[in-house]
Design a protein around this ligand. Sequence first.
Ligand code: FES
Length: 483
Amino acid sequence: MESIWTKTCSIPRREQLQKDMKTEVAVIGAGMAGILIAWQLQKAGKQVIILEADRIASGQTKNTTAKITSQHDLIYANLISSQEEEKARQYAMANETAIEEYRRIIQEEQIHCNFEETQAYVYSTDKEKLMEEAKAAASLGISASFVSHATLPFQRTCALRFDGQAQFHPLKFIKHLAEQLEIYEKTPVRTVDEHILHTPKATVTAEHIVFATHYPFVNFPGLYFARMHQERSYVLALENAPMEQGMFIGDGETSYSFRTYDKYLLFGGEGHRTGDNRQGGKYNALRQKAKELFPQSLEAAHWSAQDCIPADGIPYIGQYASGKPYWYVSTGFQKWGMTTSMVSAMLIRDMICGKENPYAAVFDPRRFSAEAASGIACEGRQAVKTFAKRLFQLPEATAKELPLGHGGIVDLDGDKIGVYKEEDGTLHLVEIRCPHLGCQLEWNPDEKSWDCPCHGSRFDFRGKCITNPAQEDITIEKERPLP
Ligand code: FES
C-alpha cells in the first residue's frame, strides 16, 4: 500500500550510525516533527543529529492527508469551557503561527511542494454547534465563519469555515529540509540512559534529547501509555472525482475527509480504535461510499494512517517528565500532525535555546486536569479489559480450520498462538502477547496485521513490529508442528 505521496516523491537513503558520537541535540525520529524540530534548532545555531529507526518519513508522515490547519474538528468551544480561555487562545494562536511559519519557510527556501492556500471546513447537520464553534474560534483570533451552504457531494449543507489555511505535498517539503540535516537511518534507539542513546552499533551522547517518535517508547517516566491510545483511518486517492477546492472534514464518527491534490481527490474515513477491526471491510466500505458519491471515479492509490489520541485532546509537547529537564517530547497530534509538528518545532527550539514561548503552557506534558484524569481512567479500563482477554478468552479456531488468506488466534498444544495462513497454505506463527505491556493482539483482516487495542502497537503477519510503542517483534522463530 503506497500513499499518493510515496508514489510521487522519493527521498535519498542515508547511512546507519556506525561510530559513537557527541552532539548538543539528538532527535529521535525523522518524521515531519523530528525533521522540523532539528531544522529549527540547527537554524538557531545548535548542533543536531537525527536517529531514525527506519527511513526518513517512513512512519505516519507518508500517510497523512497533509492539511495545514488550525481547524482541528470542533475544539475551540470545548477548549474554552474545559481550559482557561488563555490556554484556548494559546492553542489557537500556536497553530495559526505554525501555518504562517510553513508559508515563510516554503517561500524563503523556495520549496516546490504543491503548497496551496485554501479554506478548511467542518461540515455537519448541527447548525447550532457550528455557529457556536465559529463564535468561539473567532473570539480567539481565528478567521472563522459559519457557512450555510457548503458545496459538498451530499446533503450536509452547513459548515464552519476557516480562512488562511493551506495544503501541500509533505514528502517534497520534508525532502528539501532533510538535505540540510545530519540523519542516520536504520538506527533505532533501543534505550536512553540519561544523556546516552544506545543504538545497535553505536551510542550518541547528547546534552538534549528529543523524542519525536510518533508514540514515545520510554514508558517510565512520562506514563504516556496511560494518557493516549491510537486510531486508524483509511484513504483513497480518486481520479475523476471533481470537487470544490478546500479541505473538508465531517463532524461525528461516521464522517469523511476530502481534499484535492493535483488531479486527485483524497477521500478518507472509516476510522476506528487500533486493534478494533476484527470483522474488517474498512476499505470496501470506503470504496462503496466513493462509488456512491463519485460514480465515475477511479482509484489511483489507497493507504491507511494511525494517529495518537491524547486523553484531554491536547498534544503533549515540551519537557518529557518532571526530573528530566534535558528530555523533550512531541506526541499526541490526533489527526493534525502537520500543523502540530510545526508547533512542536517552534516550542522545543525555544525551550532548548532558553527562550520563552508564549504558547508553551497549554501543551505542557506535565499538566494535569479533570478532563485528562477521566481520559486516563478510560485508557486504563481498556488496557485491563484487553489484558484479561488474553488470559481468559478461548481461541477462535484450530489452525486447520483457518481458511486460506485468513488469520486468527488458534490453540496450539494448549497455548494461544496467532496464525496467518497464506493463500498457498504457508503458516506464519506469532505470539499474541504484545511486547509493550502485555495486552492481547487482535487480527486486522484489512491490513493483514496484528494490532494492539491498548496503545496501538502493530505487527505485520510475519510478526515484525511496524508501529510503536512496542520495540520488539513477535515472530515465533521455531515453528511447531501443527495438529
Ligand atoms: Fe501497549 Fe500493546 S501497545 S500493550
